[in-house]
Ligand binder design. Sequence first.
Ligand code: SAM
Length: 269
Amino acid sequence: MTGPTDWVPAGIDVDQPSAARVYDYFLGGAHNFAVDRALAEQIAAMTPNIGETMRSNRVFLRRAVRYLAGQGIRQFLDIGSGIPTAGNVHEIALEAAPGASVVYVDIDPVAVEHSRAILAGVDRTGVICADVRDVERVISESEKLGLIDFSQPVAVLLAGVLHFVPDSDDPAGVVAALRDAVAPGSYLLISHATADGQPPEVIEAQRLSGRTATEIVLRDGAGITAYFDGFTLVDPGLVFIPQWRPDPGDEVDEHPERVGAYAGVGIKN
Ligand code: SAM
């Protein structure tokens, strides 16, 4: 795709790269513009592992959704859900737990439109265009859709999104508000970019992300672990993404830190 087409919602600035579309490009999707691809290529030139990081994040998300369904979770609130690609959360959740409910939330209109298109006719799924920082709205819109009963356990998925929330917008407060909105026995999933174990060029690539509407904030393991306040991390705790419960037969690289991102899942006490 080289420019606006019928899949582009009105009002999109095609000259400003978007985090959702850059991610879509790295995952091999078709919902991105030249400006997104140019930025992705620039980032990739500095951090050749970036594509692997994003794919690894996506595969982690699938493993974790299967795990959560296995723990009896039947409600999934996926915030910063992105542009649909292969193996979306609703597909994994519905396969593992038929009858489960899934709500996607994203701030990006392209991600929201495509989620709507893909979910049309899929029972017990819905999409909200909202900002994770507006937790009250995320909760009330989910309730309005009639898909999430917050008196019952919910899995709140924050995969690859909290690093778009700057410290000045109080990401810890955002996660705490989500925690307070969900019932005991609910789960919190986080994957998050880090500078831990990374070479200096990663920091330079992070600076490039400032060209999208949403700059990435790299946080260390202690800072990301702190988001699980009020939750108990399940085994193996907060680890580099490929180390989180690999499937039997998965090969975990001897340098899992190369992905430059942590993952963890906690259960609300
Ligand atoms: N969760 C998906 C995954 O892990 O495969 C997609 C992750 S993608 C890297 C990050 C997504 O977060 C993008 O779709 C972006 O639009 C969305 N996002 C960024 N800031 C956000 C915010 N403040 N509120 C909601 N979504 C946001």
